[in-house]
Write a new protein. Structure first.
Length: 287
């Protein structure tokens, strides 16, 4: 894998890209991040991702070390240095190296920022034509009750465990269920369901990550005159959906055709997912 890495504004060889073991991102998951991709070689949604990074940092009280405009320049320079036709980009902001071990955020000396760019590995084409399997996985995330609920934080342990269970059951994604039996989102995605002719997705007030792709898919649904509801979806209701799809920056819109080992609707990708993917790609090309 040929990667380009920039740390605190300086390009460094990937084999020498290092962050201190005393960095609080390593010690405590005390960090926020964004993951995005190019479309036709363009960073079409970079501004939206950086705006969300800024919001995430504010929610966990990590000050931006440089203005957003400078972060944009650093991402663009790292993508250019990597040189692939299509790129995967990860931007990480940690609270920085601590002057001593301890949870107190005041021990951090200065935030650390890292940009990693690798060639984009596209999902296999068949997942759009055949769909994927998913499971439901009940979780209780401590961050859901905090101001960090909608921040993209570096502590992904709950999602890691959910994905481990999904893989053990032969599935490609885990849909996270809260203590009330409502589906929140996927381990690395947002969730949509077609229920009796209406496209339903949990609202941002439900402690979900407000996905950049999710927002554009909602835009695509409005363009297609699809009825849309932002509301909670119970696990039982989701099991009766005509269609389910997940959305994420890398995978875009992917149909879920099997849930907890049972077919979703007809067991094949349906018209909602196909139309949303088509219109989403048109919207990104216009961005």
């Amino acid at each position: 894998m040929l990667a380009s890495v920039m740390i605190d504004g300086q390009l460094v060889p990937p084999e020498r890209a290092q962050v201190s073991v005393f960095d609080r991102g390593f010690l405590y998951g005390d960090s926020v991040f964004e993951a995005l991709r190019t479309h036709d070689g363009r960073l079409a949604l970079l501004g939206e991702h950086l705006a969300r990074l800024e919001r995430s940092a504010a929610r966990v009280f990590i000050p931006l070390p440089v203005p957003v405009a400078a972060l944009r320049e650093e991402v663009e320079a790292t993508v250019l240095a990597q040189g692939s036709a299509e790129s995967y980009v990860r931007v990480v902001l940690t609270r920085g190296v601590a002057s001593a071990l301890g949870l107190d955020p005041e021990l951090a000396e200065a935030p650390c920022r890292v940009v990693i760019v690798t060639p984009l590995k596209l999902p296999p084409a068949e997942i759009y034509e055949q769909g994927i399997g998913a499971i439901t996985f009940r979780i209780e995330r401590p961050s859901d009750a905090l101001s960090a609920a909608s921040a993209k934080i570096g502590n992904y342990l709950a999602s890691v465990l959910a994905m481990k269970r999904a893989r053990a059951e032969g599935a490609s994604e885990a849909l996270l269920e809260d203590a009330h039996g409502n589906i929140l989102e996927g381990s690395t995605s947002n969730v949509f369901a077609a229920l009796r002719g209406t496209l339903v997705t949990p609202p941002e007030t439900a402690a979900i990550l407000p996905g950049i792709t999710r927002a554009r898919v909602l835009e695509a649904a409005r363009e297609a005159n699809m009825p849309v509801e932002l509301r909670s979806i119970s696990r039982e209701e989701l099991a009766q959906a005509d269609e389910i799809c997940i959305t994420s920056s890398i995978r875009e819109v992917v149909p879920v055709v099997k849930l907890d080992g049972r077919a979703v609707g007809s067991g094949s990708p349906g018209p909602f997912a196909r139309e949303l993917l088509r219109r989403f790609r048109q919207i990104v090309r216009r961005a």
